[in-house]
Design a protein around this ligand. Structure first.
Ligand code: HEC
Ligand code: HEC
Ligand code: HEC
Ligand code: HEC
Ligand code: HEC
Ligand code: HEC
Ligand code: HEC
Ligand code: HEC
Ligand code: HEC
Ligand code: HEC
Length: 456
């Protein structure tokens, strides 16, 4: 059927010009709503204002750690000119905790809220996105000269560099001689029979408190006073306050905790006991006293074999000559013999000793056992305790020299820490700190209970 063509005029005639003048149920409803809805909203907000609850303005609940602030918006949204600001101020955050800056030579300092996203519900605030780091690290520039670090790092399972300790030419700077392969072999001679040593007989985090099999009985002396005169400043200060370094890192090796039962420091057949594991000066004083106390009650021992005179030709054997020493001579002789044994053999098994002409005592090299291998990343053994030690420290069972580096490289970590949902976290915050916690200021609490307690 042919369609009749509609002219503009015909169309206009179809429109009811008095439509809006006629009453209609929908229009009445609209009128009622446009008055009632704002009224309801005002009453609703008024009620919240009256009860001092600020929930309604929020873009989402605050994070778990800040749950107590769910009604104290202006703890973070510090009022500007008396009104609510949708920007959280650094000053607000810093009234409760310090967030020390990353590096003095960074070109700018992002605001706290740039990395710590609030109102995302029950997520960890410290779980910052990679962008919060790559905004600088994709192309790193410093206020000073060229950067000392990799210029572009954007992904752990991509362009991230190998760890410094594993790069070519790195070695363990420790000076205690130790052969892992010898100690980990089957049926090692132990203090009372044959044993198979386990990594944990020597390596444990500081809080592990079950008895050490090859250590001296715990005493306040061995636990608190380190023998080393060169203990470096505690590296733990640079860790985030929430991290427990006593679980994260293995305690450094100590003779009194891990070696004493198998490696005694006996000095003379007259005595069962060992010299104290201490400096040569202390040991010398110990030896002097031991022999001085011994000889008055054993005078017969002052009679000693005289040194045999040197002869070029063998003649008929001489009768054994004896001589009688004074007590002082005897003590000096015995102390010298014991020290010869200790310095040249016993101590030298584990230490590098140097003998200077000016000093009667050798110098024991600083042990220099590394307590933290990653200076620029954190690690936590506790989180990884499901794994066998050798899965990460694969060279430990075959290493013969202290200088070998037994720390795992980046490939080992990438097995689990990579992109994807069935994997361990691989965003930067997992292993790095942004804040330089060694410079953190203590914050003094300034809130009163009437502001925070019994909210709702
Ligand atoms: C622990 C600190 C903290 C508290 C408490 C807090 N906020 Fe926020 N809020 C933030 C941060 C951080 C942002 C991100 C905005 C920015 O860039 O500064 C934000 C953003 C907002 C925004 C902008 C929209 C958005 O989601 O980005 C609104 C609206 C807001 N907050 C409302 C509130 C209200 C209402 C309360 C109280 C119930 C509240 N906030 C409590 C930290 C806080
Ligand atoms: C009224 C005090 C207060 C204010 C203001 C405050 N916080 Fe917190 N914050 C806390 C408390 C309490 C905790 C939990 C204990 C802790 O970890 O110190 C916490 C924990 C955190 C954590 C670690 C917990 C996690 O989930 O990772 C981060 C990060 C944090 N706050 C950042 C911020 C930022 C950023 C601001 C400002 C936008 C801010 N805080 C404002 C009190 C406050
Ligand atoms: C504002 C720019 C900036 C941001 C944002 C930034 N960095 Fe850095 N980062 C620097 C500078 C500058 C250096 C020091 C370079 C130098 O001294 O050669 C540095 C050094 C480092 C280093 C090596 C030295 C050290 O401190 O351990 C690591 C690791 C690092 N940043 C990780 C991160 C991570 C992880 C983030 C994100 C949470 C981040 N950075 C965010 C600028 C930034
Ligand atoms: C009898 C004690 C003893 C046992 C058992 C032992 N270690 Fe060690 N370990 C040491 C000593 C001493 C050092 C320090 C000297 C050195 O670096 O070789 C050390 C250092 C280390 C280091 C850090 C030094 C580096 O160069 O990387 C690692 C990692 C390590 N051991 C892993 C292991 C693992 C894994 C096992 C078990 C398979 C193990 N150790 C068993 C005594 C022991
Ligand atoms: C079985 C190995 C072993 C023997 C033997 C041994 N030591 Fe040690 N020594 C260690 C270890 C491990 C340390 C590291 C720190 C500790 O034990 O407190 C150490 C540390 C030291 C230190 C501190 C060095 C520093 O870091 O500044 C001195 C001093 C020392 N020993 C002296 C001696 C003397 C003297 C003897 C001999 C009488 C001796 N040691 C025998 C293993 C040994
Ligand atoms: C369970 C007993 C036992 C413990 C614990 C033990 N050792 Fe030994 N160690 C031995 C025995 C046995 C030998 C001799 C092995 C051999 O020659 O086959 C030895 C040998 C050594 C040697 C000489 C290695 C070589 O290459 O010949 C050094 C150095 C040494 N130990 C250091 C240490 C240090 C340091 C500790 C503590 C961290 C320690 N040992 C703990 C039993 C032990
Ligand atoms: C997931 C891999 C992994 C596993 C599993 C692991 N380690 Fe480690 N270990 C590391 C890393 C990474 C470091 C370097 C951490 C640092 O010092 O910054 C390290 C360091 C060490 C050190 C040097 C001291 C220290 O804490 O830095 C010793 C000793 C050690 N590990 C022993 C062990 C022993 C013993 C086990 C088993 C109980 C074990 N590790 C399991 C990765 C691992
Ligand atoms: C067997 C898999 C596995 C390997 C291999 C592994 N990790 Fe992890 N790592 C995990 C898991 C699982 C977590 C905890 C869950 C998470 O955060 O995703 C974790 C957590 C961590 C954390 C955070 C610790 C904490 O307590 O907050 C650091 C840092 C870390 N790993 C570093 C490393 C490094 C460095 C290596 C390599 C030397 C490594 N990991 C190797 C599985 C692994
Ligand atoms: C699974 C742990 C892990 C993750 C995730 C991770 N790193 Fe690292 N990163 C390390 C370790 C370990 C080192 C070595 C630290 C050292 O040698 O002291 C390191 C070293 C670095 C360095 C110093 C490199 C150099 O030149 O020596 C930078 C910069 C760095 N990381 C940035 C990042 C950035 C940016 C991210 C996120 C894109 C990231 N890292 C993610 C573990 C991690
Ligand atoms: C460039 C990103 C970035 C900025 C900007 C930033 N943070 Fe952080 N913050 C992090 C990362 C990553 C962590 C987790 C690792 C660490 O402790 O450094 C963290 C951790 C924290 C923690 C938890 C410490 C713990 O014990 O676990 C607090 C509190 C915190 N930040 C407060 C602040 C405050 C306050 C500001 C502003 C003055 C701020 N942050 C600015 C990235 C950032």
């Amino acid at each position: 059927m042919a369609r009749t063509k509609l002219t503009t005029k015909k169309l206009a005639q179809r429109i009811d010009l008095s439509y809006f003048k006629r009453p209609h149920p929908f229009r009445r409803l609209r009128l009622i709503l446009s008055v009632a809805a704002p009224l309801a909203a005002i009453l609703w907000l008024g009620w919240y204002a009256f009860t001092r609850d600020n929930h309604v303005y929020s873009g989402g609940g605050v994070s778990t750690a800040h749950a107590i602030l769910s009604t104290e918006c202006n703890a973070c949204h510090v009022k500007q000119a008396g009104s609510f600001s949708a920007k959280a101020s650094n000053q607000g955050c810093e009234s409760c905790h310090d967030g020390p800056i990353h590096h003095a030579d960074q070109l700018f300092t992002p605001n706290c809220a740039n990395c710590h996203e609030e109102h995302r519900g029950h997520s960890l605030l410290a779980a910052t996105s990679n962008i919060s780091c790559t905004q600088c690290h994709a192309n790193l520039h410093t206020a000073g000269a060229a950067t000392r670090f990799a210029q572009s790092v954007t992904r752990f399972d991509g362009d991230h560099p190998e760890f410094a300790a594993l790069r070519l030419g790195s070695s363990d700077p420790g000076t205690i001689k130790f052969n892992h392969a010898v100690h980990l072999k089957h049926n090692l001679r132990g203090p009372s029979g044959l044993v198979d040593l386990d990594c944990q007989d020597c390596h444990r985090p500081a809080v592990a408190n079950s008895a050490l099999k090859y250590g001296a009985p715990a005493s306040p002396e061995t636990d608190s006073a380190p023998l080393s005169a060169h203990q470096p400043a505690i590296a733990e200060k640079s860790l985030p306050p929430s991290m427990d370094y006593r679980r994260a890192y293995m305690s450094p090796i100590a003779y009194a905790k891990h070696c004493v039962a198998c490696h005694g420091l006996q000095f003379d057949p007259h005595f069962q006991e060992s010299v104290p594991h201490d400096t040569p000066e202390v040991i010398h004083a110990f030896l002097m006293k031991k022999f001085q106390d011994y000889i008055p009650s054993h005078p017969s021992e002052l009679r000693v074999a005289a040194p045999v005179p040197e002869r070029d030709l063998p003649q008929k054997p001489l009768p054994i000559a004896f001589r009688i020493l004074s007590q002082q001579q005897w003590v000096d002789l015995k102390v010298a013999e014991s020290e010869q044994l200790l310095w040249r053999k016993t101590c030298a098994q584990c230490h590098a000793l140097s003998f200077a002409k000016q000093s009667p005592f050798p110098l024991v090299a600083y042990s220099n056992i590394t307590k933290r291998w990653f200076q620029h990343a954190v690690f936590d053994h506790d989180t990884h305790k499901l794994l066998k030690c050798v899965e990460c420290h694969s060279q430990a069972t075959t290493s013969r020299d202290t200088s070998d580096v037994l720390i795992p490289g980046i490939k080992t970590c990438q097995n689990c820490h990579h992109a994807g949902s069935n994997s361990a976290e691989s965003r930067c915050f997992e292993c790095h700190t942004y804040h330089d916690w060694a410079n953190a200021k203590e914050v003094r609490g300034s809130f009163v209970l009437s502001r925070l307690g019994r909210g709702n």
